[in-house]
Design a protein around this ligand. Structure first.
Ligand code: YXS
Length: 259
């Protein structure tokens, strides 16, 4: 069974997450199929890509596949982690990627949605940033994604509470582009995609890359980067990280010691 469905029509591509049994968790296997899908879209000269889950999905994506998070003192979200490859593929894709969202978006999937260029959500969409729930040290680029997507007050509330934020508040706070009724979600999204597909793909491609370069142009000294990496190591080397992962796998609430 394909974990990602591929479709393209009139230069509008669609990649559909299709692993309901695991709530579209971003496993290595599913991410590989997404990366393949983006490569096929690039070859097919798609002018816009819609990233979505199946119509009946209650969960858009449950985030990183927890079963694939390392607990052996290795950085769980390093450069070569599947989630990092996926976010960069979206950011580097030469045309707009629209996240069409309804249902729950969890953890790393929240970053994936917010790394998309546009987000159109239905009323059942929720967004939860969950590292604190699992004892995970989120990575530098990911935190930049959140900071570039929402007001710092909202980012802090989301990362500290790990609680879902609803679509209505997400739109009100400017974290998503549009909140539309469920029955209009597809027509609205593909209507916007249609408008984009008729504009100059070269101009759009250049402006997307300009915006990527400019939003990433936050000066950080090597000392600053090393400090952050040192702090992250304290977390992924901690009992709390091991407890967060164990509690998830044992389907019980975690009991963090703070060490
Ligand atoms: O028990 P079985 O074998 O049926 O499998 C269950 C779940 O274990 C599995 N599953 C996952 N497996 C790996 N990684 C996941 N993230 C994940 N989520 C779910 O899918 C099967 C069905 O799950 P179940 O029974 O819980 O479904 P549900 O409909 O009752 O609840 C759906 C959710 C999404 C509310 C629930 O599955 C859930 O809370 N999942 C975890 C959401 C989450 O905390 N994601 C963050 C993952 S870690 C991550 O993204 C980053 C590293 S970070 O944390 O830093 O952001």
């Amino acid at each position: 069974m394909r974990l990602v469905l591929f479709d393209i029509e009139h230069a509008i591509g669609t990649l559909t997450l299709n692993h309901p049994r695991k709530r579209n968790a971003l496993s290595n296997e599913l991410v590989d199929e997404l990366l393949d899908g983006f490569a096929r879209m690039r070859a097919a000269e798609a002018r816009v890509v819609v990233l979505r889950a199946a119509d009946d999905a209650k969960v858009w994506s449950a985030g990183h596949d927890v079963d694939e998070l390392p607990v052996s003192g290795r950085d769980p979200l390093g450069w070569d982690d599947a989630l990092r490859h996926l976010v960069r593929a979206i950011e580097d894709f030469p045309c707009p990627v629209i996240a069409m969202v309804d249902g729950g978006v969890w953890g790393g999937a929240c970053e994936v949605v917010l790394a998309c260029d546009l987000v159109v959500a239905g009323p059942n969409a929720t967004f939860a940033v969950t590292p604190a729930k699992l004892g995970v040290p989120y990575n530098v680029s990911g935190m930049m994604t959140f900071m570039n997507s929402a007001n710092i007050r909202l980012v802090k509330e989301m990362v500290f509470t790990a609680q879902p934020v609803g679509a209505e508040r997400a739109e009100r706070m400017g974290m998503i582009n549009h909140l539309v009724p469920a029955e209009e979600l597809s027509s609205f999204t593909y209507g916007m995609a249609g408008v984009i597909s008729k504009n100059s793909p070269l101009s759009i491609r250049v402006m997307k890359e300009q915006l990527r370069v400019l939003t990433g142009a936050n000066p950080m000294t090597p000392r600053g980067f090393e400090r952050i990496q040192g702090l992250r190591r304290i977390v992924y080397d901690s009992d709390d990280y091991r407890e967060g992962i164990a509690a998830f796998k044992e389907k019980r609430p975690p009991s963090f010691s703070g060490s």
